[in-house]
Design a protein around this ligand. Structure first.
Ligand code: UD1
Length: 339
């Protein structure tokens, strides 16, 4: 069985990807420092898979520790999720973000080179498009200046990867630009575990509905959109997980020096108020919310053109927004009203 190292594999997207890797016949090996994830995720994985997944509790920036994992396992490919991802925090702690997100990628690339591992899937983000001039965005839509150090780390990492491939390094790499990941494993054994007050919309909604938060503030209803609230492309985390599996399978068929980029979204945009209404419908709960001021730095609207990933990787989102919000809600019900 091909062993795939997943850095940040105990995190939200990483853990769901571990499930889909096993389902596709790969053997995931998790490396995670648990700085933004919980040990309970490993139990959730075990519950779904019926067995343990190997996990190294190590930091991706620790070159010796990462090398040990490569030395002890015959790794065939890497999915590099591990990174800091809080936009607001990155404006306060930019050096932490640049150091953590960029150094860890360099450590991974150096170890891959030393141990002859060719295939890498990198977690990028639609944040690299900023506020696009034309919608939906394709992979060739020009990237904009990043709004935050977090966003800039994603741009820089993409550039590192493309320069590295241009140097004729013996690698095959895909960057996946995620739109807005939501939902949870349909069994409710895995889901998102935000630390403290959630920054993201859907965990804030489910925590409000379950009584942890008093009310949701919708950040602005006076934008130039259908109902005045911002538009995003919400993609179910299981669909996103599957895109990683499809990427690895595709990479294994490519020649060396390969680099490509794919959007991973549904191809549909939904407003914040549509998300709230859909949540109310699937959960049967009415949500306490208020309209507040715009959030500084928010993109007004962005959604993906998914033709490239549909045609080249044969991947298409299967879950609807209803499915996503139902699974997020069931996960929250399982967690209960505890933070
Ligand atoms: C942004 C980035 C994304 C990045 C993510 C990391 C863009 C387009 N997206 O996501 O690439 O990975 O940060 O966290 O740059 N909202 C409310 N009330 C809330 C919370 C959110 O109204 O309490 C609204 C926001 O204004 C936004 C939408 O919900 O319109 C989604 O917000 P959020 O979940 O924070 O994601 P993005 O900002 O899109």
């Amino acid at each position: 069985m091909k062993k795939i190292l997943i850095t940040g594999g105990a995190g939200y997207i990483g853990s769901h990807t571990a499930v889909e890797l096993v389902n596709a016949g790969f053997e995931p090996i998790i490396l995670d420092n648990f700085s933004n994830s919980e040990k309970s995720t490993l139990s959730g994985l075990e519950e779904i898979l019926g067995r343990e997944i190997i996990c190294y509790e190590e930091d991706c920036n620790d070159r010796e520790a990462v090398e040990k994992v490569f030395k002890q396992n015959q790794i065939s490919g890497v999915i590099h999720f591990a990174a800091y991802k809080a936009v607001g925090e990155s404006t306060q702690l930019p050096l932490n973000y640049y150091k953590n997100n960029i150094d860890s990628l360099l450590v991974i690339l150096e170890c891959m080179s030393k141990y002859g591992v060719k295939d890498l899937v990198f977690s990028s983000s639609c944040t690299v498009y900023g506020q696009p001039d034309v919608l939906p965005v394709t992979e060739s839509t020009p990237r904009k200046d990043a709004e935050s150090p977090y966003g800039n780390t994603k741009k820089i990492c993409e550039d590192i990867l493309s320069d590295y491939v241009k140097s004729k390094a013996s690698v095959r790499i895909i960057s996946l630009r995620y739109f807005n990941p939501v939902g949870a494993h349909p069994s409710s054994a895995l889901g998102e575990l935000p630390l403290g007050t959630p920054n993201n919309l859907v965990p804030f909604i489910t925590q409000t509905a379950v009584g942890i938060r008093e009310k949701l503030t919708v950040f602005g209803d006076d934008y130039d959109t259908e109902d005045g609230s911002c538009v995003r492309d919400y993609i179910h985390v299981m669909d996103l997980a599957d895109a990683h599996v499809k990427s690895l399978e595709y990479l294994s068929k490519q020649e060396d020096h390969f680099y490509d980029i794919f959007n991973v979204g549904t191809g549909r945009g939904n407003t914040v108020l549509e998300v709230v209404q859909t949540f109310e419908r699937v959960s049967g709960k009415s949500l306490n919310y208020t309209i507040g001021p715009r959030r500084p730095g928010d993109v007004v609207k962005v959604w993906a053109d998914t033709s490239k990933i549909n045609n080249v990787l044969g991947w298409k989102a299967q879950y609807s927004l209803e499915d996503s919000l139902r699974d997020s809600w069931n996960w929250q019900l399982k967690l209960g009203a505890v933070v």
